[in-house]
Design a protein. Structure first.
Length: 422
């Protein structure tokens, strides 16, 4: 089987995902995607007529994010018209899945060079959700689930699921707040030391003026005391009627777990931030790299996908990590660094506890609580982050995984390389 290598990664800074407040909120999603695709092209002197495909992740494919963003953004970035593009949706997991599919294409020999990545303009999706609800339509998270499916696999709001898992697993508010505090402190240190500089590319307008060249979301001034004072975020929404039958998000969980008295633990300080962003990863074969003078930075060791209980939604990362380790013939002791997306503090806390990991090797540069979670892009961002950090620390292997709606989790293991051995 052909090996697949990561040659380069690029991402935008993450802007606050609120119209009128975030620096990127007025941009077209294609503009963000094109920024990172153009960076991949220019930094690697990439002949885009040799790019077999652009595989892109976008979770909310509606409005300006509809219409095969992968293809449109590649054209916007000046890629040759022969370089095709596609767009996929695995909810939060799409940014990993786009890279995994790129790797699979290269490993199978059906492609030599693929650019993968993702985009999410949450400032747009939040506005679209508000407009739909004002029009009397179902909340976006309910829109894809029919009543028949809900009777078999009730699926709730992700924040309610986070609170449900925390309740079931016995985590305390203080433990979850510590995850949020740690994320902010580590992100602040990473930014101060320039650990993200290798991958971040500024977003500029059509005249070349810089719109955003730094992370906009982090709150380095966060304290434990401040987190303790924040009100839970999902108390009210848990009991809002969703239909004429009085269905609520809480009732959807209790439909399957009737004895569970859900406590409210998560709030803005220990949940992922709402942001805009995009990221790209260049994946190629050894033959392609040698032919085009490219020096790979990492080898893709193994990939995997895992499903779990869709009602609790967020519990698939642990089995996904175990599955990808088994596929690679490795154990957790063979992994130097871990990235688990901080969708909610309980996801990271449960991941570390269940796998008996050391926080010193997990999310060492902070995570989505501090930096934000642009849903379709985050997985690709995390892959770039772990490649950068493996290089910075001179370590070997990293594992990236994340929860996704529907009770899913993709996973990937990468191994640092410094070109090819003679």
């Amino acid at each position: 089987m052909t090996e697949a290598y990561i040659v380069d990664t690029a991402r935008t800074p993450r802007g606050i995902g609120k119209q009128g407040k975030g620096a990127l909120a007025e941009q077209h999603p294609q503009h963000l995607a094109a920024a990172v695709l153009r960076a991949i092209k220019d930094r690697n002197n990439l002949d885009t007529s040799t790019v077999d495909d652009v595989i892109w992740s976008v979770s909310t494919q509606d409005g300006m994010q509809a219409g095969d963003l992968g293809r449109m953004a590649a054209l916007d970035a000046g890629y040759d018209v022969t370089s095709s593009g596609m767009t996929l949706d695995r909810f939060c997991g799409g940014g990993i899945t786009s890279v995994n599919l790129a790797a699979a294409q290269v490993m199978s020999g059906m492609a030599d060079c693929v650019v993968a990545g993702g985009t999410e303009m949450m400032s747009l999706t939040a506005q679209m959700a508000k407009e739909k609800m004002q029009a009397g339509l179902k909340p976006p998270m309910m829109g894809s689930y029919n009543e028949r499916l809900q009777k078999v696999h009730p699926q709730s709001h992700q924040g309610i699921c986070g609170d449900a898992i925390a309740t079931m697993e016995g985590f305390t508010r203080e433990e979850l707040d510590e995850v949020g505090y740690r994320s902010q402190q580590r992100a602040a240190q990473a930014i101060e030391e320039g650990r993200f500089d290798k991958s971040i590319v500024p977003v500029v307008d059509d005249e070349g003026t810089v719109i955003l060249d730094r992370e906009e979301f982090p709150r380095p001034q966060t304290t434990r005391e401040g987190l303790a004072q924040l009100e839970p975020a999902f108390t009210k929404i848990a009991d809002v009627p969703l239909d004429a039958n009085g269905t609520t998000f809480r009732k959807l969980v209790n439909q399957k777990y009737p004895d569970l008295d859900i406590k409210n633990f998560h709030h803005a300080g220990n949940s992922s931030g709402v942001v805009d962003g995009a990221a790209a990863v260049l994946v190629a074969s050894k033959d392609y790299c040698e032919k085009h003078g490219l020096k790979p930075r990492a080898r893709i060791v193994a990939t995997a996908n895992m499903g779990d209980d869709p009602t609790l939604m967020l519990n698939a990362p642990v089995p996904a990590a175990k599955k990808v380790l088994e596929k690679a013939g490795l154990t957790k002791d063979d992994i130097d660094l871990w990235e688990i997306n901080e969708a909610f503090a309980v996801v990271a806390a449960k991941f570390v506890r269940d796998l008996e990991l050391d926080w010193d090797n997990v999310n060492v540069n902070g995570g989505s609580i501090a930096l934000g979670h642009p849903i379709g892009a985050t997985g690709s961002i995390l892959i770039g982050t772990i490649v950068d950090e493996l290089e910075r620390q001179g370590k070997s292997r990293g594992l990236v995984t994340m929860c996704a709606a529907g009770g899913m989790a993709p996973a990937i293991i990468v191994e640092r390389v410094d070109g090819f051995e003679d």
